[in-house]
Ligand binder design. Structure first.
Ligand code: FAD
Length: 283
């Protein structure tokens, strides 16, 4: 591939819960850094459950790998004051990129004082405040198959448009397995006047049944051909990893053939499958 057409990658990690997992995450980050990603990110537990872990790991990964590493930040269940203080601390610690999100609304959660304006209602307002606070690079989420809470894909695209108008620099999608869904989403968002780049979020399938559970929660479709590919493989992990490797390689090759040049990977804190896929592409 020529330099102009060389694809750009980014990798997402979650904060590890044990010391062993933390050591393994640093190895994973270093292995993936060898592929020269544009950036990496660390997720945030909605409500602030991982707030130190998220920031500490992002800082550590950036130090160890030299790759700019951002943090996700969800506004649900945190007051504006809390979240702005947290964001100010991220800036002070050298974090320059935030993936700004609402987070899933916990069952039965209601802002204690909904009329007071102490909580963000819309992620677009959160994006605008972060941008006003510091010149953060801001990514936001999008859902080619519609966010589960949205009444329609059109309404969801309007919500996305507000986040882009508020200053988002990049959109990263929920994972999907059928590229046509993403291509149709690009057409619809372009027709709605969205010009912010929309990067596909791709999920390596390390464990088919875990992925199915996750997809059910996100309401992401798992097409029949995936069920067929992973069925009857027995217990041998290598066989299912090979299927997953071919699947993701094929998905990226199709996206490349359709002009896509940026790819965000939900790494699940592992480098093995992703490294093989990126090697297949001759990154
Ligand atoms: P929002 O843009 O806030 O939209 C949520 C709902 O509100 C949608 O139905 C939308 O249509 C509607 N809406 C938004 N604005 C308006 C408006 N102005 N008017 C009417 N309706 C509106 N979760 C975590 O807890 N931690 C993470 O680290 C994390 N990382 C993620 C990374 C990516 C790339 C993605 C795609 C998702 C991530 N999530 C994470 C999940 C995310 O927090 C949930 O999907 C959450 O329910 C939605 O957050 P959002 O900011 O994407 O949605």
């Amino acid at each position: 591939m020529t330099t102009e057409t060389k694809p750009a990658f980014s990798f997402e990690f979650f904060p590890p819960k044990t010391e062993k997992a933390a050591a393994s995450l640093m190895e994973t980050a270093q292995a993936l850094a060898a592929h020269g990603p544009e950036f990496m990110t660390v997720t945030f537990g909605a409500g602030g459950s991982t707030r130190e872990g998220t920031a500490d790991n992002a800082v550590k990964i950036a130090e160890k790998t030299g790759i700019p590493t951002g943090t996700h930040l969800t506004h649900i269940c945190m007051t504006k004051d809390e979240i702005c203080a947290y964001a100010a601390n991220l800036w002070a610690r050298g974090i320059r990129h935030i993936v700004a999100l609402r987070g899933d609304v916990p069952k039965d959660w209601k802002a204690p004082d909904p009329e007071s304006g102490n909580y963000y209602k819309w992620t677009s307002d959160f994006v605008a405040d972060l941008k006003a606070m510091h010149p953060f690079e801001i990514s936001v989420g999008a859902y080619p198959e519609k966010h589960p809470d949205a009444p329609s894909l059109e309404a969801d695209i309007e919500a996305l448009k507000s986040k882009c108008a508020a200053g988002a620099d990049r959109v990263i999608t929920q994972f999907f397995f059928e590229n046509d869904l993403y291509y149709r989403f690009l057409e619809k968002t372009a027709a709605a006047g969205i010009t912010t780049p929309i990067v596909p979020g791709l999920l390596p399938v390390y464990d088919f049944n875990n992925m199915l559970r996750f997809a059910r929660t996100c309401q992401a479709n798992v097409p029949q051909n995936l069920h067929e590919k992973f069925s009857g493989l027995g217990d041998k992990q290598e066989d299912s990893l090979k299927v997953a490797e071919d699947l993701l390689t094929g998905q990226i090759q199709d996206l490349l053939a359709n002009g896509v040049r940026k790819f965000h990977f939900y790494s699940l804190n592992r480098a093995d499958l992703l490294s093989r896929v990126l090697d297949n592409l001759g990154d």
